[in-house]
Design a protein around this ligand. Structure first.
Ligand code: PMP
Length: 433
């Protein structure tokens, strides 16, 4: 392999600009670059590698398929691997759910979910939320609440209505806390009720129970419950995008479980394929409006991904990794909150399980009436760079990239979390110099 780190910018776009390394080897939460430097990986393929790099459960599953003579690709024709995988995946849902393979990215899944909702309801409009992220294709991008990603692209899917998403630190109504949640709940309900008497009743509401790319924003339980109640009352399909938060990352198998709701359609990708491309919808049969072959696509039956995914699901349940995710996530956030007492630029620490966001602010500016300081995207970028220099890989999100995000593998240990905090602390102090 001839990759030289100074040539990477010409190799590929995007990530190498922020994380200029070429990875030669990886194991668990660690990656080694071509020059032998070891990095702690709190990016984990944007949450794809739930068990970390090269976990024996996934590598052995992939090797076993390769050595078995089983076909690698079968379109939708079943195999013992597919049967085992679908049975295991369905065991996390109520009995009245079926699966639909899409393929093979998260965006394919959110697109398919909307298409299904339109087919079922015969309606066109969709409600999505500020800060939400559902992919980069024309439909999924239309539902993504990030203006900079779409302002130069015309004719995205029409009929998307954005509504404010509750945000503990930056509630769009400026009320914060319980009052803010109550106001947004009221707003959502009334909007739908008005729509009911008008002409633009939506086919679907799509949301993440914890926004990831939007800056790690968990939705309050009460608000999610109201969204569930109102959508059910008006026969609007409630789609939960669990592409990032699913599979124990949030401290529960699915992030919507924190609100004790059951969605109509759940979009799953990333971790579900154990690091290989796979996307699946879980659909309440009531909304299963497609006739056979109503939704097709060539790459929906990746046997390697299903074998790896099956073992990821087994590992999560067998070793109670949702609980590890909860414990380690709480540890990280309590340490980060302690750090915020020393470093005022850590404006807000939030998340669930191993989805953690650290909002970087300029505390030298006046705080608003909620006590929140203006976000500081320049400092957030400097902290990410300093983390990289301290061999800690992480990503940013939120408006203007002001939220530093940790998406560690859910197998991470407390010792490794301590190392994350040590490197992050050093990086913050260096970025401030
Ligand atoms: N939904 C969510 C919540 C995501 O986080 C992402 C990817 N970050 C997607 C959808 C899109 O997935 P993909 O990049 O595989 O299309």
């Amino acid at each position: 392999y001839l990759t030289r780190q100074d040539k990477m910018e010409s190799n590929v776009r995007s990530y190498p600009r922020k994380l200029p390394l070429a990875i030669a080897q990886a194991q668990g939460c660690w990656v080694t670059d071509v020059e032998g430097n070891e990095y702690l990986d709190c990016l984990a393929g944007a949450g794809t590698l739930a068990l970390g790099h090269n976990h024996p459960a996934t590598t052995s599953a992939i090797k076993a398929v390769l050595d078995s003579g089983l076909p690698l690709h079968t379109l939708d024709i079943t195999t013992p691997i597919k049967d085992a995988f679908t049975e295991k995946l369905l065991s996390f849902f109520p009995e009245n759910f079926v699966l639909q393979f899409c393929g093979p990215t998260g965006a394919d899944g959110t697109e398919a979910a909307i298409k299904l909702a339109k087919t079922y309801t015969g309606r066109d409009n969709v409600i999505a939320f500020s800060g939400g992220y559902h992919g980069m294709t024309h439909g999924s991008l239309a539902m993504t609440g990030n203006l900079s990603a779409k302002e130069k692209v015309g004719n995205l899917m029409a009929g998307v209505q954005f509504m404010p998403y509750p945000h503990e630190y930056r509630c769009p109504l400026g009320l914060g806390g319980e009052a803010g949640v109550d106001a947004l709940t009221y707003y959502f309900e009334n909007f739908i009720e008005d729509v009911e008497s008008g002409v633009v009743k939506p086919a679907a509401v799509i949301l993440e129970a914890i926004q990831g790319e939007g800056g790690v924003v968990p939705a309050p339980k009460k608000w999610l419950q109201k969204v569930r109640e109102v959508t059910a009352k008006h026969d609007i399909v409630l789609i939960l995008d669990e592409v990032q938060a699913g599979f124990a990352r949030s401290g529960k198998m699915f992030a919507f479980e924190h609100a004790e709701i059951i969605p109509d359609v759940v979009v799953m990708s990333k971790a579900v394929g154990g690091g290989l491309p796979l996307c699946v919808l879980a659909i309440n049969k009531k909304f299963d409006a497609w006739s056979p072959a109503g939704h097709t696509g060539t790459f929906r039956g990746n046997q390697l991904a299903m074998a790896a995914g099956y073992n990821v699901l087994e590992e999560i349940t067998k070793n109670n990794l949702a609980e590890n995710s909860r414990i380690q996530g709480e540890f990280l956030r309590s340490e980060l909150n302690r750090l915020s007492e020393t470093y005022g630029c850590i404006g807000h620490v939030r998340g669930r399980g191993l989805m953690t966001g650290i909002e970087i602010v300029d505390e030298r500016q006046p705080a608003d009436h909620m006590g929140s300081y203006p976000a500081d995207s320049v400092l957030a970028a400097a902290i990410q760079k300093a983390c990289f220099d301290n061999k800690l890989l992480l990503e940013r999100g939120g408006r203007g990239g002001t939220v530093v995000r940790l998406l560690c593998p859910i197998t991470i240990t407390t010792d490794e979390c301590q190392e994350v905090i040590a490197r992050f602390t050093k990086a913050v102090s260096e970025a401030l110099q």
